[in-house]
Design a protein around this ligand. Structure first.
Ligand SMILES: Cc1cc2nc3c(=O)[nH]c(=O)nc-3n(C[C@H](O)[C@H](O)[C@H](O)COP(=O)(O)OP(=O)(O)OC[C@H]3O[C@@H](n4cnc5c(N)ncnc54)[C@H](O)[C@@H]3O)c2cc1C
Length: 553
């Protein structure tokens, strides 16, 4: 078998595979992205984009395109039956919140998954990447130095089979993942027999677009219409019994009549349907995210109810967590052992997410208010990896393991630690020239960012010299001078130097005026280290640039 000419195979071009592909391409890693489906996904599905996902999309340069199309999450109005017009109750799903300096995107937004995917695809294409639709990963064999993948491309009734070597394979191939099955991973959990739903989009005239609209409790056969970015089209969720719903899948006249009947309103005019599918919630997850040279991410690794809109968002975070580690290994900068931290970090987070979304789902089916309200944790800003073996924290002792923290919430408990989301800080004025910037303008999936606060001149020099020992371009240093600094002398040659004009960086990163502090932010926008000097700095990067001979002596 020849050596791999393309480093990484991504099997599955849903949001997880696309985001992984884009991140790898931005890092200059060659990828091949295949999807067994000859067509693009049409469905609305994972439409709720949580604040943390918006931040990740910003780091990738994709967010502006997303926000240009996205809609806000609207209040849910339930109607009395019979009649279907009189309000029974209205629930504010997401309380209005203004952006704050550390949290620029406080609320989730809605965008049909097909649009999110189209945007990711267009960014991949701008980098010269392509997605091969109609090509399926059938099987693979792992070897010490490669994975041999068997790919089958179907065109016009004929199949072409190729066997291609890759350094790594990532299965982003959805809930029925062939990659997961081939790895022999367990997928433990439950299938909700009672939760069958019919989902899709339908053209509706005569219904206002300032609310989500609900008729009947979902547990007893309910219907929800939600406005979409496509004019006159609403996405719908119809619950019902297992006898009735499958028959409506292909019979759109019968489906139209059923929807109309559920609303009990003859003033609504229902037109064409798009992407109608049956959906039964499963609550399952793997017990590890990869083995050897093959990994799984997204729905291939975990499935759950749509309640709370966590699925696509968690999937995106899997991909973003894995991508930078794969980059460093692929570029021979990190030892492959760093890839084990993908499971170590994501598994507890996903276990917590499954538990939360299931509680929400049960409440939602009973039409309990809590089931719809999108609580703080669902924004995923508190997702953290405080227990991670690569995190270094000299400010606060690391927890023993994930059991001693809330993997889904502790990162937003007001106590910034290594492993937490790195918050935004605007109002950074460049010392030399240029416009005010923010930390989110500096964080990118291509490098670590090292923020130097209050370091004495000599220690700054030491850190900058130490940083030069690491591979060029992978560590960006930024000196942050306190608010009101008049002496703009910067020691050495950091990549960036800012005055914290409004004090947000010092406040948000909890740096007291006198205390020398170094905060190291990983390429996935997570605080990797909080240390006090060059010793801690080198300790952190020893765990990252762990491949032999990478660090210059
Ligand atoms: C009704 C509904 C509502 C939802 N609402 C939300 C929400 O509001 N917010 C949220 O975050 N999530 C939501 N989700 C979940 C979200 O849709 C999924 O989590 C998301 O699609 C997962 O993306 P993925 O890329 O991992 O998998 P998928 O989107 O399933 O993509 C997998 C891809 O892999 C391809 N594939 C499969 N096998 C192979 C193979 N062997 N070789 C090559 N390609 C292969 C498939 O064709 C597919 O294109 C919802 C889901 C549903 C059903």
């Amino acid at each position: 078998m020849a050596t791999a000419s393309i480093a990484i195979l991504i099997a599955g071009a849903g949001p997880t595979g696309l985001l992984l592909g884009l991140t790898l391409l931005q890092n200059g890693v060659q990828v091949r992205i295949v999807d067994k489906d000859p067509n693009r996904h049409p469905g609305y599905r994972g439409s709720g984009l949580q604040p943390r996902t918006q931040e990740i999309l910003r780091f990738l340069g994709v967010l502006d395109d997303v926000l240009a199309l996205a809609l806000p999450i609207l209040p849910l109005r339930e109607y009395k039956l019979p009649g279907g017009k009189e309000e029974l109750k209205t629930i504010l799903l997401v309380p209005h919140e203004d952006p704050t300096p550390p949290i620029p995107y406080p609320t989730s937004v809605l965008l049909g998954q097909y649009n999110t995917e189209a945007i990711l695809r267009s960014h991949i294409e701008r980098l010269g990447g392509t997605i091969e639709y109609g090509t399926e990963l059938r099987s693979f064999e792992q070897h010490a130095d490669r994975v041999d993948a068997t790919l089958v491309t179907s065109t016009g009734g004929t199949e072409k089979t190729e066997m291609v070597p890759y350094h790594y394979v990532v299965g982003t191939d959805g809930a029925k993942s062939a990659v997961r099955k081939r790895l022999g991973f367990s997928f433990v959990g439950e299938t909700r027999v009672e939760g069958l739903m019919l989902l899709g989009m339908v053209e509706v005239h005569g219904l206002e677009t300032q609310h989500w609209h609900q008729w009947g409790a979902m547990a007893k056969g309910g219907l929800i219409f939600m406005p979409t970015e496509k004019p006159s089209y609403f996405s719908f969720i119809l619950s019902g019994d297992a006898e009735e719903l499958p028959n409506l899948l292909a019979d759109h006249d019968a489906l139209r009549k059923t929807l109309q009947k559920r609303t009990d309103r003859d003033d609504l005019v229902l037109g064409a349907f798009e992407a109608v599918s049956l959906y039964r919630p499963n609550v399952r997850m793997v017990d590890k995210f990869g083995q050897g040279r093959v990994y799984v991410a997204g729905d291939a690794a975990h499935v759950h109810s749509p309640a709370g809109g966590q699925g696509l968002n968690s999937s995106v975070q899997d991909a973003f967590n894995l991508a930078w580690k794969l980059v460093l290994v692929e570029k021979s900068l990190a030892s492959p052992s760093i890839l084990s931290t993908y499971t170590e970090e994501r598994l507890p987070v996903i276990a917590a997410m499954l538990q939360k979304s299931t509680v929400l789902y049960d409440a939602m089916r009973k039409s309990q208010e809590g089931g719809w309200k999108r609580g703080d944790e669902l924004r995923q800003l508190g997702v953290n990896y405080r227990w991670s073996s690569i995190a270094v924290d000299e400010r606060t002792p690391k927890p023993e393991g994930p059991e001693s923290v809330n993997p889904y919430g502790s990162g937003a408990d007001g106590d910034l630690r290594a492993g937490d989301r790195a918050p935004q800080a605007p109002g950074l004025v460049p010392v030399h020239e240029g416009e005010a910037a923010s930390l989110f303008d500096v964080f990118r999936p291509t490098h670590h960012t090292v923020l130097l606060f209050n370091l004495p001149a000599q220690e700054t020099e030491r850190v900058l010299v130490a940083a030069k020992k690491y591979p060029s371009g992978f560590v960006k240093t930024a000196v942050i001078l306190p608010q009101g600094t008049s002496d703009l002398q910067v020691v050495g040659q950091p990549d960036l130097a800012f005055v914290d004009r409004d004090g947000h960086a010092f406040t948000t990163y909890q740096v007291s005026p006198e205390k020398p502090t170094i905060v190291i932010v990983r390429p996935d926008g997570v605080v990797g280290g909080i240390v006090y000097g060059v010793g801690g700095f080198e300790k952190y990067f020893k765990g990252i640039f762990s491949a032999a001979g990478v660090v210059k002596q």
